[in-house]
Design a protein around this ligand. Structure first.
Ligand code: FES
Length: 575
């Protein structure tokens, strides 16, 4: 279909429409193979591409961009691909989260400053998807997301191998002495079998699912495996669709409503999604002015059942999940709980994404009346150890530890933890509560995924499989364990986590949503008066900007001055 779009409605008319010297320059420099009529009312579509050799989960986005371009041409638009910062979760140090907001800023300014009428956001690896959405939401021109899709399932010696999830599992077995290092290393090339992002319901799959549940992508985007030809087809359709969105001025602010976020939180619970989604959804909501709080995740999602039998909470992988019906099938199960009228980038209510969709494998996507776990959404904890909240993922935790009291064993940094955890003389047993601090947004900086601290080797060897762990860090969406995460305020900001001492009693009570340091107030006040803030971890550059302005986990770890939107208007000419 070729759309005829009135040139005066196009944002790019500012660049191209007219006979001035500036219009001449803008057209002439862009006219490298484009015919004259490309500048006469055709929508210019930016393809915002986070493909990078250094973000291996996103490498194949170059190929998908070509299929998006076909779709854009198909609909009468002009595709213009441009690169943005990319973040490879498994590669970039000290943690990709430190750079999420930098990427979001790059996306925002690249879109705003350039002659584009709409954008296709190509993302995949964990932080690249939220960063794209945050940046595009702050500009608010028509935008649609296409993620790269999950890798094919790994298989080794007849066993299904989940990327990252099975790395954590096997490395613990090596430390426990029940798996040889050789057997562990033999799985290295199987772990990442194809193009695509991690194949459990880790952060990348979760954020792709959130994008779909928010209505920011075409249906099935989250689960089609990366190498499946249907993802190229989806890319083509996405390219077609963005041109239509420009014609109707369908922008992120129309899609990203309070209802859309509530739908996403419900889907998050039903798929056993990553705890990282809390931080990212809060940050995205902040960009569009939707009032979303940490407590909304508990109130809306925590009592919902787990339907997706996908690692790390279940047994299967995203390839199985796609074949079972994917996100539309999960939404069909949840239909009575969702706002069916929430608008999507398809230009229709979200109910059209799930109507007529069936579940093809009840082992992988369970029915609402026979779930994997009856109450599986993220629980938000409060108490004197986390005045601004903390979260725990019951679906990834051990049932017998959801109510637990034990003595604290405190580690002041991840380095301190690594140095001492396997000391045979470490005073620790299965009831100990391991506490890690100095790993929050300001303290690390960047809030790394180290909250799922490996268990002490001597306990692993004696058969202990889980312990209560508490930190101001995050946890990989592919990981598991009874881990209390995102404690706010973080210790570096003077939160009570800074005052815990080894031997203090701590009580975790997930059903009551409480996390309590069993030390009386007067003693805590005395410790607080003695506490000294650690020296700053950065004195220049991005680190400095980040540490000075990052917000705490309970509000999404955005930079305080990036919350909100600046719109797409440009007020000055470049020449
Ligand atoms: Fe990229 Fe897991 S490392 S999605």
């Amino acid at each position: 279909m070729t759309l005829s779009v009135d040139p005066v409605k196009l944002r790019t008319s500012r660049w191209y429409d007219g006979r001035s010297r500036d219009n001449y320059i803008h057209r002439s420099w862009m006219k490298r193979g484009l015919p004259d009529d490309a500048f006469e009312g055709k929508p210019m579509i930016g393809i915002c591409n986070s493909a990078s050799d250094l973000a291996p989960c996103n490498q194949h986005l170059r190929d998908l961009a070509d299929f998006v371009k076909r779709g854009v041409w198909d609909s009468g638009g002009v595709p213009l691909e441009f690169p943005v910062t990319s973040l490879g979760e498994a590669q970039i140090q000290p943690t990709a989260m430190l750079l999420r907001n930098l990427m979001a800023m790059d996306v925002e300014e690249s879109i705003r400053g350039n002659p584009v009428d709409g954008v296709v956001l190509l993302a995949g690896c964990d932080k690249t998807t939220p960063a794209m959405v945050m940046g595009a939401a702050s500009v608010d021109i028509p935008a649609i997301v296409l993620t790269g899709g999950p890798m094919l399932s790994g298989r080794h010696l007849g066993q299904r191998l989940g990327s990252a999830t099975d790395v954590w599992r096997m490395s613990e077995r090596v430390r426990a002495g029940s798996l040889s290092a050789e057997a562990f290393l033999a799985t290295e090339s199987v772990m990442t079998r194809s193009a695509g992002h991690c194949n459990p319901m880790g952060t990348a799959s979760t954020m792709a699912a959130m994008v779909e549940a928010l209505g920011l992508s075409l249906p099935d985007n989250a689960a089609i495996p990366a190498p499946d030809a249907r993802r190229r087809r989806l890319a083509h359709l996405t390219g077609r669709r963005i041109v239509e969105m420009v014609a109707t001025d369908l922008r992120p602010s129309t899609v990203l409503t309070r209802s859309a976020f509530e739908n996403a939180i419900r889907v998050l619970a039903a798929i056993g999604g990553s705890s990282n989604a809390v931080i990212h959804l809060l940050a995205i909501a902040g960009r569009v002015g939707v009032e979303l709080t940490l407590d909304d995740f508990d109130r809306i999602g925590s009592r919902l059942p787990l339907l997706a039998n996908v690692m790390p909470a279940g047994e299967y992988l995203m390839e199985d999940f796609f074949e079972a019906g994917g996100i539309p099938a999960v939404m069909a199960e949840l239909a009575d709980l969702l706002d069916a009228e929430a608008m999507t980038v398809s230009g229709s209510p979200i109910r059209e994404q799930w109507q007529g969709r069936e579940t093809w494998n009840r082992e992988v996507i369970r029915p609402l009346d026979d779930p994997l776990i009856p109450e599986a959404g993220l629980a938000v904890l409060r108490g004197n150890l986390c005045p601004q909240g903390a979260i725990v993922k019951p679906a990834a935790a051990s049932a017998h530890l959801l109510v637990h009291t034990g003595p604290a064993l405190v580690f002041d940094s991840i380095e301190d933890f690594k140095e001492r955890v396997d000391d045979p003389d470490l005073d620790v047993d299965r009831d100990t509560v391991m506490v890690l601090r100095g790993c929050g947004p300001k303290g690390y900086p960047g809030m790394p995924e180290v909250g799922n601290m490996p268990l002490p080797a001597k306990l692993l060897a004696s058969g202990v499989e889980d312990m209560v762990r508490i930190s101001d860090a995050r946890m990989s969406g592919t990981a598991f364990g009874t881990t209390v995460l995102h404690v706010a305020p973080e210790s570096t900001a003077g939160g009570p986590l800074a005052l815990v001492r080894t031997g203090d009693s701590i009580t975790l009570d997930v059903p009551a949503r409480r996390l309590t340091l069993n030390v009386d107030d007067s003693e805590l006040a005395r410790r607080g008066a003695e506490w000294q803030a650690p020296p700053p971890v950065a004195d220049r550059g991005w680190y400095r900007l980040y540490v000075d302005h990052v917000t705490q986990a309970d509000t999404g770890c955005d930079l305080d001055f990036l919350v909100g939107a600046s719109g797409s208007a440009i007020t000055r000419e470049s020449h």
